[in-house]
Design a protein around this ligand. Structure first.
Ligand SMILES: [Zn+2]
Length: 169
């Protein structure tokens, strides 16, 4: 099922997600729906708060559904190692049409559980490292505009206010 993606400034987006304690069919349904929603929006990742569920659940798939090996359900994640710096453009499905450069670690290792509760570790570089950091930020209620420079954030917020006034957001 394709879920509705909440847009900024919906308050759920700024609220930290609760850890997942039950790895049941309901959770697996949420994960499946989140992948479907990501693909329907041509995205590479989505966090549960973006669909109104305040839980530490995120999905990432750089292949946008084309390669099953890239499909990652990431639950209760933590960044356990970070190295280097990258400064690249990012977007977010909760901020349609806003794309700006954001500073992130170049490499990260994360520890997380899959949709059955099994713990795993995975390394990411470049785009994958960015996706991990962007999605884990969502689980902490941190949105990418707050990672931008003050100048870019203000420009983005001004653009959003204008779009909202025009009922185009
Ligand atoms: Zn996002």
């Amino acid at each position: 099922m394709i879920l509705t993606i909440l847009k900024y400034p919906d308050p759920v987006l700024s609220k930290p997600g609760e850890p997942v304690t039950e790895f049941n069919d309901e959770l697996r349904r949420l994960v499946a729906d989140m992948f479907e929603t990501t693909y329907a929006n041509q995205g590479i990742g989505l966090a549960a708060p973006q669909v109104g569920v305040s839980k530490r659940v995120t999905v990432v798939d750089l292949s946008v559904g084309k390669d099953p090996k890239d499909k990652l359900a990431i639950i209760n994640p933590e960044v356990i190692f970070r190295d280097g710096k990258q400064y690249e453009e990012e977007g977010c499905l909760s901020f349609p049409d806003i794309r700006e450069k954001v500073v992130r670690a170049a490499k990260v290792r994360i520890r997380a559980q899959d949709e059955y509760g099994k713990w795993f570790e995975i390394d990411g570089e470049e785009l994958l490292a960015r996706a991990f950091q962007h999605e884990i930020d969502h689980l902490d209620g941190v949105l990418f505009i707050f990672r931008m420079s003050a100048l870019k954030r203000n420009l983005s917020l001004r653009k959003i206010r204008k779009l909202r006034r025009e009922n185009a957001w």
